[in-house]
Design a protein around this ligand. Structure first.
Ligand code: ZN
Length: 149
């Protein structure tokens, strides 16, 4: 079985990297809007930055503003797209899910992007999806394209 993939534009990845750098040393976070395609791929159509509304210190945790989620769900009601994922950063960490992240798996269908930030500079961004039982993360492929901004 081939690995499922997430597609986003270079501009969208750069938006995530800029948010991750701006939030440093706290975690940045936001939502991914898009849709799934036959053959196990997700196409991201928009990256929506959120305030990190977790209780401080936010250097090791994040929480997407529920108001952003509600606004997007409302805006996307007539759209083929929906909220398909979440992104956040790991200040001075690696682009791998932490145990805290595993404990925050509430929606097994969401795609996760994690961006490592070291000394205020964004490094690797990697994609994951919760396993079906919600107990772990599985890696996804990440494809960059230029066609959708
Ligand atoms: Zn994390």
């Amino acid at each position: 079985m081939s690995i499922a993939r997430v597609r986003l534009s270079t501009a969208q990845l750069q938006a995530i990297e800029r948010a991750a750098e701006a939030a440093y040393p706290e975690e940045a976070c936001g939502l991914l809007v898009g849709h799934s395609e036959p053959g196990g791929a997700w196409q991201v159509s928009a990256v929506e930055e959120s305030a990190n509304v977790a209780e401080p210190p936010r250097t090791r945790r994040f929480e997407v503003d529920p108001k952003l989620r509600l606004r997007l769900e409302r805006e996307l009601r007539e759209s083929p797209d929906s909220v398909v994922g979440v992104y956040h950063s790991h200040p001075n960490g690696s682009a791998k899910p932490s145990e805290t992240d595993v404990s925050m798996i509430f929606e097994p269908d969401m795609v996760w992007l994690i961006t490592a930030v070291t000394d205020g500079r964004a490094g690797a961004t990697k994609a994951y999806k919760p396993s079906e039982d919600g107990a772990a993360f599985q890696p996804l492929g990440l494809d960059l394209g230029g066609e959708e901004a």
